[in-house]
Design a protein around this ligand. Sequence first.
Ligand code: PLP
Length: 381
Amino acid sequence: MTERISKELSRKILLNPGPATTSPAVKRAQLVEDICPREAEFGNLLARVREKCTAVVHGRPDYETVLLGASGTGAVEACLTSCVDRERGAVLIIENGAYGERMTAICQSSGVPCERIAFDWGAPVDPEAIASHLPARSERISALAFIHHETTVGILNPLDALTELGKRYGLDVIVDAMSSYAGLPIDLRAAPVDYLISSSNKCVQGMAGLGIVVANRQALERSKAYRITNYYFNLYKNYCSQKMDRQFLFTPPVQVLYALEAALDEFFAETGEARFERYATLYRILLEGMTKLGFKTLVEPEHHAMLLTAFIEPDHPRYDFDAMHDFFFARGITIYPGKCPRHDTFRIANIGDLTVDDMALFLRLMGEYLTSHGIRPLYSH
Ligand SMILES: Cc1ncc(COP(=O)(O)O)c(C=O)c1O
């Protein structure tokens, strides 16, 4: 059932929302000779990877990628604590899930002034509603921050409309595109976000360990003058070190950077269009198969990002998420619990180095699991 990558490693199918399944080439790219990251050779690798990260979202020539040795949350924290002009005003955060709320928590814990507009978890964000709030608030707001793909529930927030709104009011726009970067078409020429944030281990299909910020150069330069209370996460200083000295400010996860370059090369070889289409195909197979098995989704399909689906858990007495997880895990497939206070859900992502056969296998096993455990019908109403 699980194909072998080497004598020691068998291939696993990760249907959790990252770290995602990686290819054998990406795994192998980590096996490099020991190298000090202050060496020119590593500096050249850093310069190439930064360029390639920028190119994924069509950011050349106005954008610069800054890499941070951190998980995705570290990169979000770096932007919120480095790139909000506190003298001019607060950051307005749009929430409709856990990751939007996390942005607020980061600001509150680090003294960054913030205001929030909260929608129900899983409810679509309405740009008009935000537009109606802005005139009254714009005097005391300097930045707008939101999540592109709210991975809590799999909903897609309107990147273009929200960015346009932020720009209309002269705000710096900070977007957490953690689980959509390299998984959905994002074009910074059309959506001039100031700071676009992701990580190395989701749709870009690299290893965990690097936060990625694709930043508008002018915005970065402006941020130099901001009152900043962080140290490790000072985005401007990290940028200067990487741009001018071709070095990380602090010790980077060396091997993860080699793997990220291999993953970026795979992205460009596959092409963005083909990657987005592969993910969309996997999503369609998933949704159709799960619907046939009787599952209901939390979010209406028209709002799905098509990268992850939150399914309502069956209320059948014999259903148990942990038991179902263990059934799949024993067969080489990882599924993920939900994250939604008002509904019991579990989540299936369709990102990573996955094939149509992987999704077909998942669906076949799900059918077998439900039948062998007598879990029918799935819902009592
Ligand atoms: C939208 C979003 N933001 C932030 C994060 C946090 O990333 P990390 O767990 O790498 O810190 C995630 C993780 O899934 C995410 O999906």
